[in-house]
Write a new protein. Structure first.
Length: 186
């Protein structure tokens, strides 16, 4: 009888140990720190003149700043990133200027990013049409007919004035050819 009771208690302990809510209830659950709340403090430093102000109890440390302010300063400190400035040499150190001059990159076109983006967009459009032809085995369908907006507006106003439905008259329609049996599958 004691053996059966002991085995039952051990089996219950093993079953409860595998349950996450039971672990939380008895305090064995994991509680990792919030990664957004972990910040490092500025190192202590001794001022060079040793004229130390008297500390005020409970006052914040003068060398500390909030993590949000630190992040804003890191992001916004160099506001010339990505925008061509009138004088790029003013934001560069003498070492950077010497490196660029040695590499022959001092006369770089400030609008090169725009040119590269336009060329990449054109190349992407060309490769997309090739992919469409390979994947769908046909040339892309035409975009359709272009409607003259002034004539269409005049037709719609005329139909409204006469009390006729908007579809009366020469309405633009797109007529597509019928697809083959297995054409829409791939």
């Amino acid at each position: 009888m004691k053996v059966h009771t002991l085995l039952l208690v051990m089996a219950t302990c093993v079953a409860i140990a595998g349950c996450e809510s039971a672990k939380q209830a008895i305090g064995l659950g994991k509680h990792p720190p919030d990664e957004f709340q972990v910040v490092s403090q500025a190192p202590l430093s001794m001022p060079p003149d040793f004229n130390l102000p008297t500390p005020t109890p409970g006052a914040p440390r003068p060398q500390d700043s909030s993590p949000q302010l630190t992040a804003e300063n890191a992001l916004l400190s160099n506001s010339t990133v990505g925008t061509p400035s009138a004088d790029p040499a003013s934001s560069q150190s003498s070492g950077e200027q010497a490196l660029l001059q040695t590499a022959g990159a001092t006369g770089a076109d400030p609008n090169i990013r725009t040119e590269v983006n336009q060329e990449a967009a054109a190349e992407t459009a060309a490769s997309q049409s090739l992919m469409d032809r390979l994947a769908f085995w046909r040339a892309p369908e035409p975009a359709g007919t272009i409607v003259d907006p002034t004539a269409e507006q005049q037709r719609l106003q005329q139909n409204a004035a006469l009390g006729q439905p908007a579809t009366t008259g020469a309405t633009p329609t797109i007529k597509r050819r019928k697809k083959a049996l297995f054409e829409g599958i791939f």
